[in-house]
Design a protein around this ligand. Sequence first.
Ligand code: UDP
Length: 262
Amino acid sequence: MIESITNNFSFKMESVKILNVIIDNISMVDALISIEHFIKESYKSHIVTINPEFIMQAQTNENFRNVLNNARLRLPDGIGIVLASKIIGKPIKERVTGVDTVYELARISALNGWRIFLLGAAPGVAEKAASELMKKYPTLQIAGTYAGSPHPDEEKEICDKINQTYSDILLVAYGSPNQDLWIARNLDKLNIKIAMGVGGTFDFIAGVAKRAPQWIRKIGLEWFYRLMREPYRWRRMLALPKFALKIIFSRLVNKKRELQFG
Ligand code: UDP
């Protein structure tokens, strides 16, 4: 990708609304330019990586929907988001996954001296992910790692721990919707510049979970690969066909309206 990022922050960010959730129509390169801009300003920014499961959770969880819609950057994760955007006639440029974004963030952080804190995942996983990232980017500064839990009782202790490390970037792996609700509740208390919910990313980087091969990702079947490897996810993954039906239904309703009102 890009080696150094411009200081200009001049491109116009467009967004698409899918089932009342706003998603930024942004490429990886533009996402990294935005992130560099966020880090240089004093305003703290929350970044979310939205997939169809998030959108389905947001249908019934209004607080979560507001958290997603109020995030500074809402990245289009999941092939389902890209397909849905095409169906509703507002195509998103490309898929920007959480895992790819974390690798890119680590790469540009190593170049710029930004410090990263890894919060969440099972004990030992964030440490392993950190050492894998440092192997790949030797100048990367990992400010700290901690598994902890998303339970509100632990928040103060976790925030204090993070604040002692002078981190610039906080990555939170507590699954959805907990990770982004956790960030929204605690961002004000944290002395960081950006915080991002990253789902199972530490498991992939640490090698605890295996990511689908490139060719499977290319044909849009990463979700199927994950279901085959982690069949206990089947109930959660029912969100995907429900999401597809909702998108098709909303498209048909809009088409009917267009035909009626011209
Ligand atoms: N996780 C955690 N504490 C929790 C729930 C989840 O640390 O209470 C971690 C889990 O170990 C994994 C990550 O959150 O590393 C993402 O979880 P999951 O795969 O369920 O979420 P998804 O990526 O599907 O949103």
